[in-house]
Design a binder for this molecule. Structure first.
Ligand SMILES: *Cc1c(COP(=O)(O)O)cnc(C)c1O
Length: 380
């Protein structure tokens, strides 16, 4: 067997809208399919306003501009994250301050945030790892007390919830990814959710190179002009058309991904009971959105040995996130304390193959091979 880590779900019929977009004669940004995608997310999840971007990285960069980060401002985020979470703010001259994760969930620890807040702190960025919600009530409370902005890095978190609230809709801003490894995809792609009223107009201006072109499109102004800083954050409508096909299949895709998640969860239960590994801890306030399935091993050498064992069986599993604070780029700039939970998750997490067409028998095969690792089959 050969089971890759990811296989993007792009049925042939999904090219239909791209062809239609191409034939329509306009495939620049903010066209028909972009607007259809916007409407879907705003209606489905109640975001006041969303803007498609060319990546979640771009959405994070827009967030940093909207937060009006000035050189020297401090931004608190977990070390256990993707580098874009930090880069977006570093690009605007911020000092990033790394927090540790919780002990049982690889999400930022609110107690750590509280300890790291200084008079220079402006923003807290909270990634919801694998779509499991961070402790948003505590985080929003801290933000309110200290007059800070909250950006939810919801790259993993489409259609996941904190209590009853969709992730990405709770902080002042939320950022999503449609990279081919995420739930719904357009190859590269992303989205900014703007939840904070004072940001609504400016978000659209930054999105369109610092111009009021979007308002011009709607006929609200009679010419468009350069009125602020910005960049070209908007994707071509051909990309939006590809995303739109995924949206058309959103329920189906999500049903399938959640099924895979719970299948792994159930089949791996005996191995957890035997103490061989741990399945993800789902906080009471969180939901599962079928973003990825990860297990944690007792230590790094076992995790690496299991990765190797699976690779030999044709199964491509992966580790996740080297801590940002010990990365080659940052390690000489870091002067904070050790972050033991971050280090432990980085050492022990193993992500299993996860994609739309993954079959029940393939999941069984994967679990069998994991089980064999702990109790090798007896050879006569
Ligand atoms: C994937 C990911 C990103 C970046 O998404 P892109 O769309 O590839 O830019 C940012 N943050 C987290 C937590 C991610 O997993």
């Amino acid at each position: 067997m050969n089971i890759p880590f990811n296989k993007p779900y792009i049925p042939l019929s999904s090219l239909k809208y791209q062809i239609l977009a191409a034939l329509s004669g306009t495939i620049a940004g903010n066209g028909k399919y972009t607007r259809l995608c916007h409407r879907f997310f705003e209606e489905q999840f109640g975001f006041p306003k969303v803007l498609l971007t060319t990546s979640c990285t771009d959405a994070l960069e827009m967030a940093a501009i909207l937060c009006d980060i000035q050189p020297g401002d401090e931004v608190i985020l977990p070390s256990f994250s993707f580098m874009s979470t930090a880069n977006a703010f570093l690009l605007r001259g911020a000092n990033v301050v790394f927090a540790d994760t919780l002990e049982d969930v690889p999400n930022i620890d609110p107690a750590q945030i509280e300890r790291l807040i200084t008079p220079k702190t402006r923003v807290i960025v909270v990634p919801h790892y694998s779509g499991l919600a961070c402790e948003m009530d505590r985080i929003m409370e801290l933000a309110e007390q200290h007059n800070l902005l909250v950006v939810e890095d919801a790259a993993h978190a489409v259609q996941s919830y904190y209590k009853d609230e969709p992730l990405g809709s709770i902080g002042h801003l939320g950022t999503f990814s449609f990279h081919e490894t995420k739930n719904i995809i357009s190859g590269e792609g992303g989205m900014l959710a703007v939840n904070h009223e004072p940001f609504l107009d400016r978000a659209e201006i930054i999105w369109e190179k610092g111009t009021n072109r979007a308002a011009f499109h709607r006929g609200e102004v009679d010419k468009y002009e350069w009125i602020d800083i910005g960049s070209s954050f908007l994707p071509s409508d051909a990309i939006a058309a590809l995303l739109y096909t995924q949206i058309k299949r959103f329920r189906k895709i999500q049903r399938r991904r959640k099924w895979i998640w719970w299948e792994y969860h159930e089949q791996l239960a005996p191995l957890e009971e035997r103490g061989s590994l741990k399945r993800p801890v789902i906080p009471e306030h969180a939901t599962v959105n079928g973003n990825m399935f990860f297990i944690t091993l007792p230590n790094r050498s076992q995790r690496d040995a299991l990765l190797d064992h699976l690779r030999k069986a044709g199964i491509q599993a992966l580790f996740h996130y080297f801590p940002l604070h010990t990365s080659p780029y940052f390690k000489d700039k870091y002067n904070g304390p050790e972050l033991p939970n971050t280090q432990r998750f980085s050492d022990t997490i193993l992500r299993l193959p996860f994609y739309h067409s993954l079959k029940k028998r393939e999941i069984k095969y994967i679990v069998k091979k994991i089980s064999d690792f702990f109790t090798p089959p007896q050879t006569p």
